[in-house]
Design a binder for this molecule. Structure first.
Ligand code: C5P
Length: 218
């Protein structure tokens, strides 16, 4: 039978990455951070001075990315870029180019290659709707914009990066808007995805909830 996939889609800073990683560890599953792939294309494009409208070259970058993921980081062309791709500027550029059909198509096979026994937990925007439509469990993870801005703020502070909550709120609103309103693979909850609002939940509670939902599918 098919290798089981659990998909976690939702807006930025909803905690998808943290939850997906922990759930994959608890289940002994592989983990796909699809946002990292969009960020890697963005980073490679910025480094090569590729214009955000140059669909052909961006698709080309997506198809030929030389990338290696480990449990703790990610390497692009042999260089550890784990911190670099998390920068707001990188996420920002990623969301500006993510609407391009050829770029998204160029990442499709690469994402699906993460599906290996015994299973996969994948997080992003279109994991359940486009990349793994036959996932056994599809979750739409969300939290209020204020809560997400607050989490991002704490995350940055912990890293010693100064931030302003109002600016973060504004940036999140703009990113949600862009991700939700594009024609191809917009951020939206597909009908078969279960809604999980994490605004008032701890990380541990959310992970437990995901594992519970998965257990119910079996
Ligand atoms: O999830 P993360 O913030 O790392 O993603 C960065 C950007 O990449 C998102 O704002 C979105 O525009 C894009 N993305 C996407 N589809 C995915 C994952 C990320 O379009 N599956």
């Amino acid at each position: 039978s098919a290798v089981p996939v659990i998909t976690l889609d939702g807006p930025s800073a909803s905690g998808k990455g943290t939850i997906a990683r922990l759930a994959s560890q608890a289940l002994g599953f592989h983990y796909l951070d699809s946002g990292a792939l969009y960020r890697l294309v963005a980073l490679a494009a910025m480094q090569a001075n590729v214009d955000a409208h140059d669909e052909q070259r961006l698709a080309d970058i997506a198809l030929h990315l030389d990338v290696v993921f480990s449990d703790t980081s990610v390497w692009l062309d042999g260089k550890n870029v784990g911190d670099e791709i998390r920068a707001e500027s990188c996420g920002e550029f990623a969301s500006r180019i993510a609407h391009l059909p050829a770029l998204r198509a160029g990442l499709l096979d690469r994402q699906r290659a993460f599906r290996k026994p015994p299973g996969l937990v994948a997080d992003g925007r279109d994991m359940g709707s486009v990349v793994f439509p036959d996932a056994v469990l599809k979750i739409y993870l969300t939290a209020s914009t204020e809560e997400r801005a607050h989490r991002r703020y704490k995350q940055l502070m912990d890293k010693g990066i100064s931030a302003n909550i109002e600016n973060l709120l504004q940036a999140l609103r703009e990113r949600d808007e862009r991700d939700s309103n594009r024609a191809l693979s917009p951020l939206q909850r597909s009908g078969d995805a279960k809604l999980l609002d994490t605004t008032c939940l701890t990380i541990e509670q959310v992970v437990d909830k995901v594992l519970e939902m998965y257990a119910e599918t079996r």
